[in-house]
Design a protein around this ligand. Structure first.
Ligand SMILES: [Zn+2]
Length: 365
């Protein structure tokens, strides 16, 4: 399913990652180590058994598609989260991700995180937030990967619970009053979207905007009501102004007002091709991505939850787009440029990445 060797040009591209869930980068090795450090029992006797458990393609939404005997992606993902207990664990998780990012020439990243999946297990939010904050600072120095994080509301939890988590995390935000610690500068959504449309969290988005944060909207692919969720994200959320980005949003192709809506409002999509390729045939999926491109929808390529998705990271996802969509090197450079423009990095960071990109493209001529 993965099998593509990364082309040297794809490897060399300076990259910007805008759709990666930090807990979805937890490697089996770190999970094994933390489980032992924290005395968390794993249902695997050996490391090899744990590794084998990652080889499946998870059930995509039992609610939607029935039970095929495999765990759902979210079950596997939250099972992995169990081993994360202390500030040091969250720090190590983030530092491992940033080190991996550096190895793929990721220059800047906006990882998704949440506190609710951890506080509901009795982990203090400060452990999560301080671990990531320290990694944000150390990773920028040690690995030269800059990051601004995105606080996610767990959408299968209540709005009230999300608001409480948000208020507790706010001192770690980069708010417009300049008082925050600067870990996160945006809010988004995570977890199960079944019967949980974006508008349920409208109050939270308005609050975040008032605090000076950006708003992005996760719209899972082929989820129940996916088209309606995309419609809400473009036309309804944030008092009708729409989200600034949509994460996935591939189902925008399925209703005719959505593509013009994305374009007229300048909303870009953070696509993760391998996440869809696990469930859609090559000849079905990649023409859709190509169609978005041909229609002039702005998008960039990202990794989603790489360790739970056959270890395909941003470079592997870009390679899939390059290979299966028939994109040229210039097209791939444009996709990176899109990511820079869609990002909320500071102007200096954007300028540096674009200059590096330009140098690479000129060297290819
Ligand atoms: Zn995602």
């Amino acid at each position: 399913m993965n099998g593509l060797e990364i082309d040297p040009f794809i490897a060399a591209l300076p990259k910007v990652e805008l759709h990666v869930h930090i807990e979805g980068t937890l490697t089996p090795a770190l999970r094994w180590k933390l489980a032992h450090r924290n005395n968390i029992p794993l249902p695997y006797k050996t490391y090899e058994e744990l590794l084998d458990s990652y080889k499946v393609t998870y059930n995509h939404r039992r609610e939607v598609n029935g039970d095929n005997g495999a765990p759902t992606f979210l079950e596997a993902y939250f099972a992995g989260c169990q081993v994360l207990c202390t500030e040091e664990d969250f720090y190590e998780l983030a530092m491992e991700y940033l080190e991996k990012a550096q190895s793929m020439n990721v220059r800047y990243t906006e990882p998704f995180f949440d506190t609710q999946a951890h506080t509901r297990r009795g982990i203090p939010a400060e452990a999560v937030l301080n671990g990531y904050l320290r990694a944000q600072r150390d990773g920028a120095v040690k690995y030269r990967v800059r990051s601004n994080w995105i606080f996610c509301f767990l959408r299968d939890e209540s709005l009230e619970d999300g608001l409480e988590a948000y208020r507790a995390a706010l001192p770690w935000a980069r708010t417009s009053d300049g008082q925050g610690k600067g870990l996160f500068h945006a809010v988004g959504l995570a977890s199960n979207e079944y019967n949980r449309p974006p508008m349920l969290f409208e109050e939270a988005f308005l609050l975040a905007k008032k605090d000076g944060l950006h708003v992005t909207m996760h719209c899972d692919v082929d989820q129940k009501d996916a088209v309606d969720h995309v419609h809400e994200s473009i036309f309804q959320v944030c008092a009708g102004k729409g989200a600034q980005r949509i994460d996935h949003g591939l189902n925008a192709l399925d209703r005719e007002d959505l593509i013009p809506g994305l374009k007229s409002r300048g909303i870009g999509l953070t696509l993760c091709p391998h996440a869809y390729h696990r469930r859609q045939a090559t000849e079905t999926l990649f023409p859709k991505i190509r169609k978005l491109w041909d229609e002039g929808v702005k998008f960039c390529i990202n990794s989603d939850d790489p360790t739970y998705m056959h270890n395909v990271w941003i470079d592997g996802n870009m390679m899939k787009a390059y290979h299966f969509c028939g994109f040229s090197k210039a097209d791939m450079a444009t996709i990176v440029k899109n990511a820079v423009e869609m990002s909320w990095a500071d102007e200096e960071t954007k300028g540096e990445i674009l200059a590096e990109l330009k140098g690479l493209v000129e060297a290819e001529k």
